[in-house]
Design a protein around this ligand. Structure first.
Ligand code: C2O
Length: 551
């Protein structure tokens, strides 16, 4: 087993985008942050030193953290933040996983600039289940604000209204030429003809699902959330914040003269304002270039641009997600828990809460907009849940009464109930070790139907079914796919619809679950599962490292 050491210095860096320079929080001064490369089975030891004024934590999104929950990273869930001048070593082993994942800050909105790819190669001498690519390229999508993102979210929480939207989307940190004075900041993917490239797509945007496409090129999707899938061809990829998607790009056999445009633009369903701009980059063949194209013969070759679906194309989303199937088949079905021990039905959506005295609230009837699961908006504790759990000090920190079902039923995709006020609390669900869980997530149409990319820490889950409208507990389970469902860590709850997932609670610890639209997380669309230790020695959470930060 190989141990790989990284040192992440959290520091400020001046970065210029869209004609303005601003100081951002970075890792080692890089934006996007450094790439972590490892192999399945390796141990990662990442020393994080905080040199900035903000308290922060890092999360290794999609890494299962088997028994090593202390290294998972969500602030106040598994650890207290690393304070200015302090450090913490994230120490964990990558067990049974290979593919593309990513890391990001996991406190407030700092992940706006603090993120980077994690590339996990298969074990030595284990090939990919697809042709060996000529080259592998991470492509990480983000959002750029001219303003300070910490100010954006604190102002929104203060006024009880929606936060300002971003000024641009980015590809590997670069907005591209469709924005004011950003033509120089254009990502270029240089390729040779007749080769296969593996693009490791990551959506690190704060608040938007994205469509992505490259003009005149077909992509073959081979992996989702670091799990191989049955390959399928598509012009357009849809990727929610938190998700990763590996695609093969086969280049044309002869170098065309003009470059091709790649573009990403949001898929939006919600009622709130959003940045509907488009980020573009270029796919350049060896001998093609925009310049050559400009001066020769004066006749400009047109740049080929991709066609993306309309902003709210939920039908595209439904059809796209149907194609994501694991490599399993009827003879060798996926490892889906068959007998379910515990069923949960969670509604996810918006709601309102009373306005506190020092706020000027902009929600209906002087309320503030919040987000909730089963009508509970999560209140962040002052200490980490995992510590409270491990040291048997949960009293005053959290309660174990998170509801398994919504407090009242209504037509989730019809007219919302007249009272849309939510309750609040730091509530968790406790699961005995090895409980097999089925969880149905139902979007509510309160304030508007909306797709919510739900992310579960500590596990991969199987997406056994999804559909539009209200979940039908009698008939929908009959149609579950228990043979080759997608296995992932983040799933979009369809706008005005539902998704059913299953997972085995075989990882003791405290595991966060939340909407990966950061604005919804800030509004409280989050909760945690406490998974108890098993009886055997190797079924217990390990003790905390000695440098675990204190609150
Ligand atoms: Cu990618 Cu809880 O996060």
């Amino acid at each position: 087993r190989v141990t790989r050491h990284y040192k992440f210095n959290i520091k400020s860096q001046n970065v210029k985008r869209l004609c303005q320079t601003k100081s951002i929080v970075t890792v080692n001064g890089q934006f996007p942050g450094p790439r972590i490369i490892a192999r399945e089975g390796d141990r990662l030891v990442i020393k994080v030193v905080n040199h900035v004024q903000n308290n922060l934590t890092l999360h290794w999104h999609g890494i299962r953290q088997l028994r090593s929950g202390w290294a998972d990273g969500p602030a106040y869930i598994t650890q207290c933040p690393i304070q200015t001048g302090q450090s913490y070593v994230y120490n964990f082993t990558i067990t049974g996983q290979r593919g593309t994942l990513w890391w990001h800050a996991h406190i407030s909105w700092l992940r706006a600039t603090v993120y980077g790819p994690i590339v996990i190669l298969p074990k030595r001498h284990v090939p990919y289940p697809f042709p060996q690519p000529f080259q592998e390229v991470p492509i990480i999508f983000g959002e750029w604000w001219k303003a300070d993102t910490e100010a954006v979210i604190s102002q929104a929480l203060q006024t009880g209204s929606g936060p300002n939207v971003s000024d641009a989307y980015t590809i590997n940190g670069l907005p591209g030429p469709l924005y004011n004075c950003s033509a120089k900041d254009t990502y270029k993917l240089k390729v040779k003809p007749g080769r296969t490239y593996l693009l490791r797509l990551i959506n690190a945007a704060l608040d938007n699902e994205l469509f992505f496409s490259i003009a005149n090129h077909t992509l073959t999707v081979v992996e989702a959330d670091a799990v191989y899938i049955k390959p399928f061809k598509t012009q357009i990829v849809l990727i929610t914040p938190g998700q990763t998607t590996n695609v093969l790009l086969k280049t044309k056999s002869k170098s065309p003269k003009a470059p091709f445009v790649m573009a990403a633009r949001p898929y939006v369903t919600g009622p709130a304002a959003f940045d509907n701009s488009t980020t573009t980059g270029l796919l350049e063949y060896e001998t093609s270039s925009v310049k050559a194209n400009k001066n020769k013969n004066k006749k400009k070759l047109p740049l080929l641009k991709p066609v993306l679906p309309k902003l709210n194309d939920t039908l595209f989303s439904m059809n796209y997600n149907k194609k994501i199937r694991s490599l399993a088949n009827a003879k060798f079905p996926a490892n889906v828990p068959k007998a379910v021990n515990k069923n949960f039905f969670f509604t996810v959506g918006l709601g309102v809460s009373t306005c506190s005295k020092n706020q000027t609230c902009q929600g209906p009837n002087n309320t503030r907009v919040v987000a909730a699961i089963n009508n509970v908006t999560f209140v962040q504790p002052n200490t980490a849940l995992l510590q409270a759990h491990f040291f048997n000090q949960s009293r005053g920190v959290y309660t174990t009464d998170f509801p398994a079902n919504p407090p009242f039923k209504f037509n989730y995709t019809g007219t919302p109930p007249s009272n849309i006020a939510v309750s609040s609390g730091t509530k968790v669900v406790v699961l005995p070790f090895n409980t097999s869980v089925e969880l149905v997530l139902q979007d509510t149409s309160i304030i508007g139907a909306e797709s919510h990319p739900l992310h579960l820490h500590g596990f991969n889950f199987f997406v056994v079914g999804f559909g539009s409208g209200n979940f039908d507990p009698k008939n929908d389970p009959k149609k579950y796919n228990l043979v080759d469902p997608a296995e992932r860590n983040t799933v979009g709850v369809p706008s005005g619809g539902w998704v059913a997932i299953r997972f085995l609670a075989d990882n003791p610890g405290v595991w966060f679950m939340h909407c990966h639209l950061e604005v919804h997380t800030s509004w409280g669309l989050k909760m945690a599962w406490v998974v108890l230790d098993g009886k055997r020695r190797n079924q217990k959470l390990l003790p905390p490292p000695s440098d675990l930060p204190k609150c």
